[in-house]
Design a protein around this ligand. Sequence first.
Ligand code: CIR
Length: 276
Amino acid sequence: MPASMKSRVVVLVRPVPRSFARATTQMWAGEPPDLAQARAQHAAYVEALEALGATLRVLPEAPDLPDSCFVEDQAVVAGARALVTRSGHPVRQREAPEVAAALRALGTLEVREMQAPATLDGGDVLRLGRTLFVGRSARTNEAGITALRQTFEPIGFTVRDLALPPSVLHLKCVCSVPDASRGLVVLAAGSLDPAVFTGPDLEEVILVPREEAYGANTLGWGGRVLVSEGYPNTRKRLHRLGLEPIALATSEIEKADGALTCLSVPVFGPALGLAP
Ligand code: CIR
């Protein structure tokens, strides 16, 4: 990897805590995750991010906050601003201070903090170029959406809100942008109307079959995309669009209602050189 690629994306991650088996679940109804396996899957994820050229910032482990590795929910970063959220799950609000500190420590961002009564989980925010789509979920309320607008519209982003079915925990449980440098949206068929995704940066909505819904959560930039293993149609579609899918095991992460995007906060800033 050339040295110049290294500093284009800074990514915040947080270790899988020892209390992970007690993570909150709404969607997963089976056995709790296995800690050792979850940690191994997280380590492979972190390695894959590094292979994508990310510079990592690893937050301290929060042993008694079972969901704390799902750092995505704690912040929205776009342009040179970061909004530290107030999770719609009260216990998860305790994860925010370390995330705020890590974002401030980057020294490149104006960091704001969401105030009560607003709630929003970062998993409800999908960034497509200069548009931020936000899902109204059980975790994200009206005041949270207003705070998102007030933070990002003044710096040139458009915020579009959309309703989520009650069975969907977060917007990005059913869709994602596989390559931050392109206008593609991967969407699970039957979850949301593809027509909700509009805007000047949209290139194409890629519908993946219902049975591959979990595989619709992807993450990448610069032509390479992390996908969960076991979703062959999704992989094929991405490949046909000129992307290189990299499959990762996420079975234990899924058992805590998590997926690939949930485990990181990528910071693409003007100072960092990609998709400001
Ligand atoms: C929770 O319920 O908050 C966690 N167990 C899962 C969070 C997943 N995060 C995400 O989709 N962004």
